[in-house]
Design a protein around this ligand. Structure first.
Ligand code: PLP
Length: 449
Protein backbone atom coordinates (compact mmCIF):
# COMPACT_ATOMS: atom_id res chain seq x y z
CA UNK A 1 0.00 0.00 0.00
CA UNK A 2 1.05 3.51 -0.74
CA UNK A 3 2.39 5.54 2.18
CA UNK A 4 0.85 9.02 2.69
CA UNK A 5 4.22 10.61 1.94
CA UNK A 6 4.43 8.77 -1.37
CA UNK A 7 0.98 10.06 -2.32
CA UNK A 8 1.93 13.60 -1.33
CA UNK A 9 5.15 13.35 -3.32
CA UNK A 10 3.26 12.19 -6.40
CA UNK A 11 0.72 14.99 -5.89
CA UNK A 12 3.10 17.90 -5.49
CA UNK A 13 6.69 17.19 -6.40
CA UNK A 14 7.74 17.64 -9.98
CA UNK A 15 10.43 15.01 -10.17
CA UNK A 16 13.55 15.85 -12.13
CA UNK A 17 13.85 13.84 -15.27
CA UNK A 18 15.83 10.64 -15.00
CA UNK A 19 15.48 7.16 -16.34
CA UNK A 20 11.97 6.73 -14.88
CA UNK A 21 8.92 7.97 -16.72
CA UNK A 22 5.96 9.41 -14.87
CA UNK A 23 4.05 6.12 -15.17
CA UNK A 24 6.96 4.18 -13.71
CA UNK A 25 6.99 6.50 -10.71
CA UNK A 26 3.29 5.83 -10.13
CA UNK A 27 3.93 2.10 -10.27
CA UNK A 28 6.42 1.92 -7.45
CA UNK A 29 9.44 3.59 -9.01
CA UNK A 30 9.32 6.48 -6.54
CA UNK A 31 10.70 5.77 -3.09
CA UNK A 32 10.57 8.22 -0.20
CA UNK A 33 13.68 7.76 1.91
CA UNK A 34 13.50 9.17 5.39
CA UNK A 35 16.81 7.98 6.83
CA UNK A 36 20.18 6.63 5.84
CA UNK A 37 23.48 5.49 7.31
CA UNK A 38 26.63 4.44 5.51
CA UNK A 39 25.56 2.83 2.24
CA UNK A 40 22.09 2.04 3.54
CA UNK A 41 18.87 3.89 2.69
CA UNK A 42 15.66 3.39 4.67
CA UNK A 43 12.28 4.25 3.17
CA UNK A 44 9.11 5.41 4.90
CA UNK A 45 7.90 1.80 5.17
CA UNK A 46 11.06 0.89 7.08
CA UNK A 47 12.49 -1.15 4.20
CA UNK A 48 16.27 -1.05 3.76
CA UNK A 49 18.17 -0.68 0.50
CA UNK A 50 21.78 -0.62 -0.58
CA UNK A 51 22.44 2.79 -2.11
CA UNK A 52 24.14 1.51 -5.24
CA UNK A 53 24.47 4.97 -6.73
CA UNK A 54 25.37 7.18 -3.74
CA UNK A 55 22.23 9.20 -4.56
CA UNK A 56 23.39 10.36 -7.97
CA UNK A 57 27.15 9.67 -7.70
CA UNK A 58 27.16 12.11 -4.79
CA UNK A 59 27.23 10.69 -1.25
CA UNK A 60 30.90 9.63 -1.19
CA UNK A 61 31.33 9.68 2.61
CA UNK A 62 28.04 7.85 3.17
CA UNK A 63 24.71 8.79 4.72
CA UNK A 64 24.09 9.87 8.30
CA UNK A 65 27.23 11.91 8.94
CA UNK A 66 25.90 14.08 11.76
CA UNK A 67 29.38 15.52 12.11
CA UNK A 68 28.88 17.38 8.83
CA UNK A 69 25.53 18.70 10.01
CA UNK A 70 27.13 19.94 13.23
CA UNK A 71 29.82 21.80 11.28
CA UNK A 72 27.09 23.39 9.15
CA UNK A 73 25.04 24.42 12.20
CA UNK A 74 28.10 25.95 13.85
CA UNK A 75 28.88 27.88 10.68
CA UNK A 76 25.30 29.13 10.33
CA UNK A 77 25.54 30.49 13.87
CA UNK A 78 28.75 32.36 13.06
CA UNK A 79 28.09 33.61 9.54
CA UNK A 80 25.99 31.85 6.91
CA UNK A 81 26.43 34.09 3.92
CA UNK A 82 28.76 36.73 2.59
CA UNK A 83 28.55 38.41 -0.82
CA UNK A 84 30.21 36.37 -3.56
CA UNK A 85 31.63 39.45 -5.29
CA UNK A 86 33.52 41.61 -2.80
CA UNK A 87 33.59 39.66 0.46
CA UNK A 88 34.88 36.33 1.72
CA UNK A 89 34.51 34.25 4.86
CA UNK A 90 36.97 32.01 6.72
CA UNK A 91 35.47 28.78 5.40
CA UNK A 92 35.26 29.66 1.73
CA UNK A 93 38.89 30.80 1.89
CA UNK A 94 39.86 27.52 3.57
CA UNK A 95 37.89 25.54 1.00
CA UNK A 96 39.60 27.29 -1.93
CA UNK A 97 42.98 26.52 -0.34
CA UNK A 98 42.04 22.89 0.28
CA UNK A 99 40.82 22.37 -3.28
CA UNK A 100 44.03 23.97 -4.61
CA UNK A 101 46.14 21.64 -2.48
CA UNK A 102 44.39 18.47 -3.68
CA UNK A 103 43.88 19.20 -7.38
CA UNK A 104 46.78 18.21 -9.67
CA UNK A 105 49.41 20.61 -11.01
CA UNK A 106 48.86 24.35 -10.74
CA UNK A 107 45.06 24.29 -10.58
CA UNK A 108 45.34 26.84 -7.82
CA UNK A 109 42.56 29.34 -8.39
CA UNK A 110 39.07 28.34 -7.30
CA UNK A 111 35.68 29.72 -8.32
CA UNK A 112 32.94 28.43 -6.00
CA UNK A 113 29.35 27.85 -7.04
CA UNK A 114 26.38 25.63 -6.18
CA UNK A 115 26.07 22.75 -8.66
CA UNK A 116 27.66 20.92 -11.55
CA UNK A 117 25.77 22.78 -14.27
CA UNK A 118 26.80 26.13 -12.79
CA UNK A 119 30.39 24.91 -12.65
CA UNK A 120 30.26 24.00 -16.35
CA UNK A 121 28.67 27.36 -17.26
CA UNK A 122 31.40 29.10 -15.30
CA UNK A 123 34.15 27.04 -16.92
CA UNK A 124 32.84 27.94 -20.35
CA UNK A 125 32.77 31.64 -19.58
CA UNK A 126 36.24 31.56 -18.03
CA UNK A 127 37.56 29.84 -21.17
CA UNK A 128 35.90 32.31 -23.52
CA UNK A 129 36.90 35.41 -21.56
CA UNK A 130 40.54 34.41 -21.07
CA UNK A 131 40.90 33.85 -24.81
CA UNK A 132 39.93 37.51 -25.27
CA UNK A 133 42.27 38.59 -22.44
CA UNK A 134 45.08 36.75 -24.18
CA UNK A 135 44.48 38.75 -27.32
CA UNK A 136 43.25 35.69 -29.20
CA UNK A 137 40.03 37.41 -30.12
CA UNK A 138 36.59 36.01 -29.72
CA UNK A 139 36.98 32.28 -29.82
CA UNK A 140 33.37 31.27 -29.43
CA UNK A 141 33.44 27.63 -30.41
CA UNK A 142 33.60 24.72 -28.00
CA UNK A 143 34.22 21.09 -28.85
CA UNK A 144 32.26 18.59 -26.79
CA UNK A 145 31.55 14.87 -27.17
CA UNK A 146 28.40 13.15 -28.35
CA UNK A 147 27.42 10.87 -25.49
CA UNK A 148 28.61 13.19 -22.74
CA UNK A 149 26.61 14.92 -20.03
CA UNK A 150 27.57 18.34 -18.72
CA UNK A 151 24.39 19.61 -17.13
CA UNK A 152 20.95 20.96 -17.58
CA UNK A 153 21.27 24.75 -17.85
CA UNK A 154 21.20 26.04 -21.38
CA UNK A 155 24.94 26.38 -21.96
CA UNK A 156 25.78 23.08 -20.26
CA UNK A 157 22.91 21.36 -22.07
CA UNK A 158 24.33 22.66 -25.34
CA UNK A 159 27.45 20.63 -24.63
CA UNK A 160 25.44 17.55 -23.69
CA UNK A 161 24.84 14.69 -26.09
CA UNK A 162 21.34 13.78 -25.01
CA UNK A 163 19.82 17.24 -24.42
CA UNK A 164 16.38 17.41 -25.99
CA UNK A 165 16.67 19.31 -29.25
CA UNK A 166 13.00 18.50 -29.83
CA UNK A 167 11.82 20.75 -26.99
CA UNK A 168 14.66 23.15 -26.36
CA UNK A 169 16.61 23.53 -29.54
CA UNK A 170 18.24 25.33 -31.15
CA UNK A 171 20.98 25.26 -28.56
CA UNK A 172 24.01 27.52 -28.16
CA UNK A 173 25.75 28.06 -31.49
CA UNK A 174 29.36 27.08 -32.03
CA UNK A 175 29.34 23.67 -30.35
CA UNK A 176 30.79 20.72 -32.27
CA UNK A 177 30.10 17.22 -31.03
CA UNK A 178 32.76 14.60 -31.68
CA UNK A 179 32.91 10.84 -30.94
CA UNK A 180 33.52 9.66 -27.40
CA UNK A 181 36.17 7.06 -26.61
CA UNK A 182 34.41 3.71 -26.49
CA UNK A 183 36.31 0.47 -26.74
CA UNK A 184 33.16 -1.66 -26.78
CA UNK A 185 31.23 0.04 -29.57
CA UNK A 186 33.80 2.23 -31.24
CA UNK A 187 32.49 4.74 -33.82
CA UNK A 188 35.40 3.90 -36.14
CA UNK A 189 35.09 0.13 -35.75
CA UNK A 190 38.53 0.01 -34.14
CA UNK A 191 39.52 -2.10 -31.16
CA UNK A 192 41.22 -1.06 -27.94
CA UNK A 193 43.59 1.87 -27.81
CA UNK A 194 43.45 2.36 -31.60
CA UNK A 195 39.83 3.54 -31.29
CA UNK A 196 40.71 6.01 -28.55
CA UNK A 197 43.60 7.37 -30.61
CA UNK A 198 41.24 7.89 -33.55
CA UNK A 199 38.83 9.79 -31.25
CA UNK A 200 41.67 12.09 -30.16
CA UNK A 201 42.79 12.63 -33.77
CA UNK A 202 39.22 13.45 -34.70
CA UNK A 203 39.30 16.32 -32.21
CA UNK A 204 42.41 17.74 -33.86
CA UNK A 205 40.68 17.52 -37.22
CA UNK A 206 37.63 19.26 -35.80
CA UNK A 207 39.77 22.11 -34.40
CA UNK A 208 41.34 22.52 -37.83
CA UNK A 209 37.97 22.35 -39.57
CA UNK A 210 36.46 25.00 -37.28
CA UNK A 211 39.63 27.13 -37.44
CA UNK A 212 41.78 27.16 -34.28
CA UNK A 213 41.32 30.94 -34.09
CA UNK A 214 37.62 30.28 -33.37
CA UNK A 215 37.90 27.48 -30.81
CA UNK A 216 37.98 28.39 -27.10
CA UNK A 217 38.00 24.96 -25.49
CA UNK A 218 37.54 21.22 -25.62
CA UNK A 219 35.44 19.75 -22.81
CA UNK A 220 35.11 16.13 -21.68
CA UNK A 221 34.58 14.01 -18.60
CA UNK A 222 37.76 11.99 -17.87
CA UNK A 223 35.49 8.95 -17.86
CA UNK A 224 32.05 9.66 -19.28
CA UNK A 225 29.47 7.98 -17.07
CA UNK A 226 26.59 9.25 -19.22
CA UNK A 227 28.17 7.58 -22.20
CA UNK A 228 28.32 4.25 -20.35
CA UNK A 229 31.52 4.45 -18.25
CA UNK A 230 34.01 3.64 -20.97
CA UNK A 231 37.54 4.01 -19.62
CA UNK A 232 39.77 5.66 -22.22
CA UNK A 233 43.42 4.68 -22.60
CA UNK A 234 45.77 7.23 -20.98
CA UNK A 235 47.09 8.11 -24.42
CA UNK A 236 43.69 9.64 -25.33
CA UNK A 237 43.96 12.32 -22.66
CA UNK A 238 47.68 12.82 -23.26
CA UNK A 239 46.98 13.41 -26.95
CA UNK A 240 44.17 15.83 -26.12
CA UNK A 241 46.53 17.78 -23.87
CA UNK A 242 49.11 18.06 -26.67
CA UNK A 243 46.53 18.94 -29.32
CA UNK A 244 44.99 21.69 -27.18
CA UNK A 245 48.42 23.17 -26.44
CA UNK A 246 49.33 23.12 -30.11
CA UNK A 247 46.35 25.31 -31.05
CA UNK A 248 45.96 27.50 -27.95
CA UNK A 249 42.69 25.72 -27.13
CA UNK A 250 41.86 25.25 -23.44
CA UNK A 251 41.26 21.77 -22.07
CA UNK A 252 38.32 21.52 -19.64
CA UNK A 253 37.95 18.32 -17.64
CA UNK A 254 34.50 17.89 -16.16
CA UNK A 255 35.17 15.97 -12.95
CA UNK A 256 31.66 16.51 -11.55
CA UNK A 257 31.26 12.73 -11.17
CA UNK A 258 34.84 11.50 -11.30
CA UNK A 259 36.28 13.99 -8.79
CA UNK A 260 36.69 13.59 -5.05
CA UNK A 261 37.79 9.98 -4.97
CA UNK A 262 35.13 8.35 -7.12
CA UNK A 263 37.82 6.72 -9.32
CA UNK A 264 40.13 5.81 -6.43
CA UNK A 265 42.25 8.95 -6.72
CA UNK A 266 41.26 12.46 -5.67
CA UNK A 267 40.74 13.32 -9.35
CA UNK A 268 40.55 11.07 -12.40
CA UNK A 269 43.00 13.38 -14.23
CA UNK A 270 45.69 11.79 -12.05
CA UNK A 271 45.15 8.40 -13.73
CA UNK A 272 46.00 9.99 -17.05
CA UNK A 273 48.94 12.14 -15.97
CA UNK A 274 47.25 15.20 -17.44
CA UNK A 275 46.59 18.61 -15.90
CA UNK A 276 43.63 20.32 -17.58
CA UNK A 277 43.47 24.11 -17.83
CA UNK A 278 40.09 24.16 -16.12
CA UNK A 279 38.46 21.49 -13.95
CA UNK A 280 34.84 21.39 -12.81
CA UNK A 281 33.71 19.51 -9.71
CA UNK A 282 30.54 19.14 -7.61
CA UNK A 283 28.72 16.05 -6.23
CA UNK A 284 31.32 14.32 -4.00
CA UNK A 285 32.84 17.66 -2.96
CA UNK A 286 30.31 17.86 -0.13
CA UNK A 287 28.99 14.27 -0.39
CA UNK A 288 25.65 16.01 -0.96
CA UNK A 289 25.36 17.51 2.51
CA UNK A 290 25.13 20.92 0.86
CA UNK A 291 24.83 22.02 -2.75
CA UNK A 292 28.36 23.14 -3.55
CA UNK A 293 30.53 23.00 -6.64
CA UNK A 294 33.74 24.54 -7.89
CA UNK A 295 35.86 25.34 -10.89
CA UNK A 296 39.60 24.99 -10.35
CA UNK A 297 41.70 26.93 -12.83
CA UNK A 298 45.42 27.02 -13.61
CA UNK A 299 47.27 30.00 -12.18
CA UNK A 300 48.31 31.11 -15.65
CA UNK A 301 44.68 31.66 -16.64
CA UNK A 302 43.94 33.83 -13.63
CA UNK A 303 47.19 35.72 -14.17
CA UNK A 304 46.10 36.65 -17.68
CA UNK A 305 43.20 38.62 -16.28
CA UNK A 306 45.40 40.68 -13.99
CA UNK A 307 47.37 42.97 -16.32
CA UNK A 308 44.12 44.29 -17.74
CA UNK A 309 42.65 44.79 -14.28
CA UNK A 310 39.52 43.05 -15.52
CA UNK A 311 37.46 40.68 -13.45
CA UNK A 312 35.74 37.59 -14.70
CA UNK A 313 32.37 38.82 -15.89
CA UNK A 314 30.38 36.32 -13.92
CA UNK A 315 28.68 36.42 -10.53
CA UNK A 316 26.58 33.80 -8.77
CA UNK A 317 24.86 34.99 -5.58
CA UNK A 318 25.33 31.76 -3.65
CA UNK A 319 28.93 31.16 -4.78
CA UNK A 320 31.14 30.55 -1.75
CA UNK A 321 28.18 30.12 0.60
CA UNK A 322 29.67 29.69 4.07
CA UNK A 323 27.41 26.86 5.29
CA UNK A 324 27.99 24.95 2.05
CA UNK A 325 31.75 25.53 2.32
CA UNK A 326 31.69 24.25 5.92
CA UNK A 327 29.94 21.08 4.72
CA UNK A 328 32.51 20.55 1.96
CA UNK A 329 35.45 21.12 4.31
CA UNK A 330 34.12 18.66 6.89
CA UNK A 331 33.40 16.13 4.15
CA UNK A 332 36.97 16.41 2.83
CA UNK A 333 38.28 16.07 6.39
CA UNK A 334 36.33 12.79 6.73
CA UNK A 335 37.55 11.49 3.35
CA UNK A 336 41.13 12.16 4.49
CA UNK A 337 40.78 10.92 8.08
CA UNK A 338 39.13 7.65 7.09
CA UNK A 339 41.28 7.08 3.99
CA UNK A 340 38.12 6.85 1.94
CA UNK A 341 39.75 7.58 -1.41
CA UNK A 342 41.97 4.56 -0.87
CA UNK A 343 38.89 2.62 0.17
CA UNK A 344 37.12 3.65 -3.04
CA UNK A 345 40.07 2.17 -4.96
CA UNK A 346 40.06 -1.08 -2.96
CA UNK A 347 36.31 -1.62 -2.80
CA UNK A 348 36.09 -0.59 -6.46
CA UNK A 349 38.41 -3.45 -7.39
CA UNK A 350 36.46 -5.82 -5.16
CA UNK A 351 33.10 -4.85 -6.67
CA UNK A 352 34.46 -4.96 -10.22
CA UNK A 353 35.94 -8.43 -9.70
CA UNK A 354 32.66 -9.68 -8.25
CA UNK A 355 30.72 -8.19 -11.16
CA UNK A 356 32.76 -10.24 -13.64
CA UNK A 357 30.63 -13.26 -12.85
CA UNK A 358 27.68 -11.48 -14.51
CA UNK A 359 29.44 -11.96 -17.85
CA UNK A 360 28.08 -15.52 -17.92
CA UNK A 361 24.59 -14.08 -18.55
CA UNK A 362 23.57 -14.13 -22.22
CA UNK A 363 22.45 -10.48 -21.90
CA UNK A 364 25.63 -9.08 -20.34
CA UNK A 365 27.89 -7.86 -23.08
CA UNK A 366 30.49 -6.04 -21.03
CA UNK A 367 31.40 -5.20 -17.43
CA UNK A 368 33.45 -2.03 -17.16
CA UNK A 369 35.16 -0.36 -14.22
CA UNK A 370 38.09 -1.14 -12.01
CA UNK A 371 39.03 2.48 -11.26
CA UNK A 372 37.37 3.17 -7.93
CA UNK A 373 33.70 2.67 -7.22
CA UNK A 374 32.49 3.31 -10.74
CA UNK A 375 31.21 0.21 -12.45
CA UNK A 376 28.88 -0.34 -15.42
CA UNK A 377 27.20 -3.51 -16.62
CA UNK A 378 26.33 -3.28 -20.29
CA UNK A 379 23.23 -5.20 -21.43
CA UNK A 380 22.87 -6.50 -24.97
CA UNK A 381 20.21 -8.34 -26.94
CA UNK A 382 22.93 -10.34 -28.57
CA UNK A 383 26.56 -10.69 -27.54
CA UNK A 384 27.81 -10.96 -31.11
CA UNK A 385 26.08 -7.87 -32.49
CA UNK A 386 26.37 -5.99 -29.14
CA UNK A 387 22.99 -4.48 -29.89
CA UNK A 388 21.67 -2.54 -26.88
CA UNK A 389 18.08 -2.87 -25.62
CA UNK A 390 17.34 0.85 -25.55
CA UNK A 391 16.50 2.65 -22.33
CA UNK A 392 12.73 2.34 -22.64
CA UNK A 393 12.65 -1.37 -23.48
CA UNK A 394 10.53 -3.42 -21.00
CA UNK A 395 13.62 -5.59 -20.27
CA UNK A 396 15.45 -2.52 -18.95
CA UNK A 397 12.40 -1.17 -17.09
CA UNK A 398 11.82 -4.55 -15.50
CA UNK A 399 15.42 -4.66 -14.28
CA UNK A 400 15.19 -1.12 -12.90
CA UNK A 401 12.08 -1.88 -10.87
CA UNK A 402 13.02 -5.41 -9.77
CA UNK A 403 16.50 -4.50 -8.51
CA UNK A 404 14.90 -1.75 -6.46
CA UNK A 405 12.25 -4.10 -5.08
CA UNK A 406 15.03 -6.50 -4.11
CA UNK A 407 16.79 -3.76 -2.16
CA UNK A 408 19.31 -2.23 -4.54
CA UNK A 409 18.88 1.40 -5.55
CA UNK A 410 20.69 2.02 -8.79
CA UNK A 411 20.14 3.33 -12.28
CA UNK A 412 19.52 1.16 -15.29
CA UNK A 413 19.69 2.59 -18.77
CA UNK A 414 21.44 0.56 -21.42
CA UNK A 415 23.92 -0.03 -18.65
CA UNK A 416 23.38 -0.60 -14.96
CA UNK A 417 25.53 1.79 -12.96
CA UNK A 418 27.08 0.89 -9.62
CA UNK A 419 28.68 3.80 -7.78
CA UNK A 420 27.95 3.37 -4.07
CA UNK A 421 29.33 5.39 -1.16
CA UNK A 422 33.00 4.67 -0.41
CA UNK A 423 32.04 3.15 2.96
CA UNK A 424 30.41 0.21 1.16
CA UNK A 425 31.18 -3.07 2.95
CA UNK A 426 32.23 -6.33 1.28
CA UNK A 427 28.96 -7.87 2.35
CA UNK A 428 27.01 -5.05 0.68
CA UNK A 429 29.06 -5.42 -2.50
CA UNK A 430 28.30 -9.15 -2.57
CA UNK A 431 24.58 -8.55 -1.93
CA UNK A 432 24.40 -5.90 -4.65
CA UNK A 433 25.92 -8.20 -7.30
CA UNK A 434 23.75 -11.06 -6.09
CA UNK A 435 20.61 -8.93 -6.58
CA UNK A 436 21.66 -7.96 -10.11
CA UNK A 437 22.44 -11.62 -10.85
CA UNK A 438 19.01 -12.86 -9.67
CA UNK A 439 17.02 -10.06 -11.33
CA UNK A 440 18.86 -10.66 -14.60
CA UNK A 441 17.97 -14.35 -14.52
CA UNK A 442 14.31 -13.36 -14.04
CA UNK A 443 14.44 -10.77 -16.81
CA UNK A 444 16.07 -13.20 -19.21
CA UNK A 445 13.37 -15.82 -18.53
CA UNK A 446 10.64 -13.25 -19.03
CA UNK A 447 11.99 -11.58 -22.16
CA UNK A 448 13.71 -14.52 -23.86
CA UNK A 449 13.05 -14.64 -27.61
N1 PLP B 1 28.81 17.33 -15.40
C1 PLP B 1 28.74 16.01 -15.24
C2 PLP B 1 29.85 15.14 -15.73
C3 PLP B 1 27.64 15.43 -14.59
O1 PLP B 1 27.55 14.12 -14.47
C4 PLP B 1 26.62 16.29 -14.10
C5 PLP B 1 25.44 15.74 -13.42
O2 PLP B 1 25.19 14.56 -13.36
C6 PLP B 1 26.73 17.66 -14.33
C7 PLP B 1 27.85 18.14 -14.96
C8 PLP B 1 25.66 18.60 -13.88
O3 PLP B 1 25.64 18.69 -12.50
P1 PLP B 1 24.33 19.23 -11.73
O4 PLP B 1 23.29 18.21 -11.93
O5 PLP B 1 24.84 19.31 -10.30
O6 PLP B 1 24.00 20.56 -12.26
Amino acid sequence: TRHALETRALDHLWMHSNDLEWDDLQEGGLRVFSRGHGSTLIDVHGAEYIDGLAGLFVVAAGHGRTEIGEAMARQAGEIAYTAASNAANPVNIALAEKISSLTPGDLNRVFLCSGGSEAVESAMKIAKQVQVMRGHGKRYKIIARRGSYHGTTFGAASLTGSASEKYFGPFMPGVSKVPNPNQYRNDFGLDGEAGDIMCARFIEQEILAQGPENVAAVIGEPISVANGTHLPSPIYWQMLRDICDRYGVLLIMDEVITGWGRTGKWFAAEHYGVVPDIMTMAKGLSSGYAPVAAVAVRSSIFDDFRPTGQALNHLITFGGHAVAAAAALKNIEILERENLVQRSAEMGTYLYDLAQKLRSHPTVGDVRGGLGLLCAIDFVKNKDTREAWGTSHPFIKFLALRTQEEGLVTRVWDVLHLAPPFVLTRDEAERAIDIVDRCLTEAEAKFAD
